[in-house]
Design a protein around this ligand. Sequence first.
Ligand SMILES: Cc1cc2nc3c(=O)[nH]c(=O)nc-3n(C[C@H](O)[C@H](O)[C@H](O)COP(=O)(O)OP(=O)(O)OC[C@H]3O[C@@H](n4cnc5c(N)ncnc54)[C@H](O)[C@@H]3O)c2cc1C
Length: 518
Amino acid sequence: MKYKISNFKVSPKDDKNLYSLIQNKYHLHDFKYKILQRSIDARNKDKVFLLYKLMVETKEKVSGIDVSIYKDESIKMEYPIWKFSDRPIIVGFGPSGMLAALYLARCKAKPIILERGSKIEERKKRVKEFLENKKLTPNSNVQFGEGGAGTFSDGKLTTNLKDPLIQFILNEFYIHGAKEDILYDAKPHIGTDYLEIIVKNIRLEIESLGGEFYFDTKFDKVKEEKDTAIVYAKGDKEYTFKTRHILLGIGHSAKDTIRYLYNELGLSMEQKSFSMGVRIEHKREKIDYAQYGKFAKYLPAAYYKLASHNSSGRGVYTFCMCPGGYVLASQSDLGTIVVNGMSNNDRLGENSNSAILVDVKPSDYDKGNVLDGIDYQEKYEKLAFELSKDYRAPANLVKEFLENEVAHSLRSINTTYPHGLFFTDLNKCLPDFVIDNIKFGIQEFDKKLHGFNDPDAILIGIESRSSSPVRIIRDLNRKSSNPYIYPMGEGAGYAGGITSAALDGLKTAMKIINGESL
Ligand SMILES: Cc1cc2nc3c(=O)[nH]c(=O)nc-3n(C[C@H](O)[C@H](O)[C@H](O)COP(=O)(O)OP(=O)(O)OC[C@H]3O[C@@H](n4cnc5c(N)ncnc54)[C@H](O)[C@@H]3O)c2cc1C
């Protein structure tokens, strides 16, 4: 018999003895168990505990208030055969493109994948070259290349969305190389060191099913011809492909492609809100202690998520927190600065970092053109570069920042940012309302997470690519205003993060095959 046990509380000190804890509590002799969910309850710092949902399989009787009969709720995927005569073209092999391509490959559609960046093995070399020698390759970097923008990341898989397909996506990441804990952790994360393995394994499965990859090959333009689209792509050679299905998962950094789609192809788009701000670096052990108190030494590096609104309703929030992580130079354009964060699976780096972001609304940047948000973003990324002119990132320490002064050097915290810092007034590279709200946010967040306003914490600018400033309009069939183009993922404005982008890609592919609203 299989039982479900909810609310199984374990002290972090005893977590390694889960089997014997279950055995003792339910007086069992012979059983197997599986973790269904694990979270950390740290509301009371004197009594932090791990909360488990478990499946226990045994011939013995299990009873208790939190025990019920286990029902398998995992979803069974179906792979209808691709019924069209053309092969689908997937532009971009980020999370949205990966899941769309994987699904379509299993449906025997033999997708063709165009990716402007390199294969992961080559891309890693390009990223290393930039992080070590400041030599940026515009088509293969932290934003572009096999695996997309989240490949060099913390690989957090949390999303606000509730959808049964999320379990399917997590399972695919697990099958292709992630650790098993992503299947049950309440805040699952993969880590850069595992992401690169997963990305490659997904590619290998797609290839084994007849999918075809063109790396270092950019989708350039599309023309309509007699009920078909002709896709033009440029790599070491020029290619043309005929298709009726273009799944466009280009991410939000493909500004050149978005400009082409709007200005030349005339795709319908609209402005949307996005965010701008900085990254903050604290000592990991201080954040861990603030979150878990004396239990910190038994638990993995602590995560936080904080948000507030000022009196006018503008939001300021922490984003993409990387426990035990590194601040990354994440630009794709020469002469710009864009920061973000990453961590390895063990999250054991000396610092923990997070973005502090402020809402930027169309009314802040609108000058009458749909793409104004992209220009606005680009303007500040260039200003950030112009301060040092050598990829050192504009920075300040929290104490001086709050006192409208500029620090001269680091104090008790070392930075993990690879290119060095340029201490400056951050007003020079961010709008005033962003600066004011970051100041407000730091004070507010300290009320919720003691030590957030550590005077030595480092603020590094600028974080400007957390989401897309435009949305490509699509109908209920997920088609854009062009009958052959299906925009998907973050660049199209329908996702924010790895899991939601993967879900959007998957649902777009399912929609094309099943032809019904999902
Ligand atoms: C450093 C960093 C850390 C992050 N950390 C996290 C995290 O921990 N958790 C999380 O949920 N999210 C994180 N994100 C965000 C996450 O990566 C994105 O939300 C997600 O990757 C979006 O997926 P996507 O498929 O929509 O687009 P992308 O991942 O951006 O992929 C788009 C792909 O399209 C390709 N492309 C673009 N234009 C063309 C063209 N014209 N022709 C061919 N190919 C093209 C690009 O090269 C790219 O590979 C992070 C992002 C960064 C940069």
